[in-house]
Design a binder for this molecule. Structure first.
Ligand code: ATR
Length: 287
């Protein structure tokens, strides 16, 4: 007598669950983005927001994992905590000491950081602004800056300056990234008279609407001003850039969609198209 395996019961396909965890989280656009990617690529998944109390990030992740979640995106202020709780790190998450994407694997939690590649994809593909041999200024020395320095260095710019209000934090980044390339650290006053081709704001100043104390000589002809923040109106930094000679200005919406696309591919092994989703979000922002 031959033995046969019992047939699986008939059921509808299981919907895989994903989420973004942050605090605050209500205004996150990640659910819109991932839902649009899923529709576009025919993936059966749901994507929700999870508000984690400030001291309960690991517990929130574990609970979602235990409920059958497949992975999460992580946003402010938990990217460092996400890196700390991972069982396995991608090289870029290890370098950034921060993670924005977790994958729940059979053996634990794999962490990646897709912010740097998201920024580069936006600059290259959406803004047609390659960075090779460009003079780049990155402003800020917190987690947002640390998350993109490795990817900026990999583009082989002519110069990468990291400027910060608290110069010791910029110096710490210079030291941390020294094995990967030359980073010059300074404060904002030292920037007077030095022109850049690309000026990227990775400070949290735009979150509070604060203006940075910048010299008006920052922008070389043809230069791009890029704010990693996004919102319905130009940030104080982008307004300053428009008034002081930047040829192009961009907010971080494209980066947000591009980093999400890399996370989506990691989870689902399919590549979504980003440009239609960026367009959709821009239209929604002006409605
Ligand atoms: P994140 O993870 O978002 O980078 P963070 O680690 O708290 O957050 O870092 C915030 C960054 O924004 C820092 O570079 C901070 O400068 P300091 O290191 O001098 O604090 C910068 N920042 C925040 N508000 C600022 C302001 N009003 N002017 C200038 N820099 C500001």
């Amino acid at each position: 007598m031959s033995r046969s395996q019992p047939l699986p019961p008939e059921s509808s396909p299981v919907t895989d669950r994903y989420a973004v965890i942050g605090n605050p989280i209500a205004h996150s656009r990640s659910p819109l983005i991932h839902t649009a990617f899923a529709r576009q690529t025919g993936q059966n998944l749901s994507y929700e927001t999870l508000l984690a109390p400030l001291t309960e990030f690991p517990a929130t992740v574990r609970r979602f994992q235990a409920e059958g979640g497949r992975g999460v995106n992580v946003t402010v202020p938990f990217k460092e905590a996400a890196w700390q709780m991972a069982d396995e790190l991608s090289p870029r998450a290890r370098l950034a000491q921060a993670a924005n994407t977790l994958v729940f694997t059979g053996t634990g939690i794999f962490a990646d950081n897709t912010d740097g590649v998201g920024l580069i994809a936006d600059l290259r593909q959406n803004l047609d602004f390659p960075l090779a041999r460009k003079r780049i200024l990155l402003m800020g020395a917190g987690g947002a800056a640390r998350g993109v320095i490795g990817a900026l260095l990999a583009e082989q710019p002519l110069l990468l300056v990291v400027a910060n209000r608290t110069v010791s934090r910029a110096l710490a980044l210079q030291h941390h990234f020294a094995p990967y390339g030359i980073v010059e650290a300074c404060d904002y006053a030292a920037l007077r008279g030095v022109p850049f081709d690309c000026v990227i704001n990775a400070t949290a100043a735009s979150l509070t609407g604060a203006a940075l104390a910048l010299p008006d000589t920052l922008f070389a002809p043809g230069s791009l001003a890029y704010d990693m923040m996004y919102g319905d109106r130009a940030t104080p930094f982008l307004q300053f850039a428009q008034q002081h000679g930047a040829a192009h200005c961009a907010d971080g919406l494209g980066m947000l969609v591009e980093q999400a696309a890399v996370a989506f591919r990691l989870w689902r092994q399919v590549q979504p198209q980003t440009q239609p989703v960026i367009g959709q979000l821009r239209v929604a922002a002006h409605e």
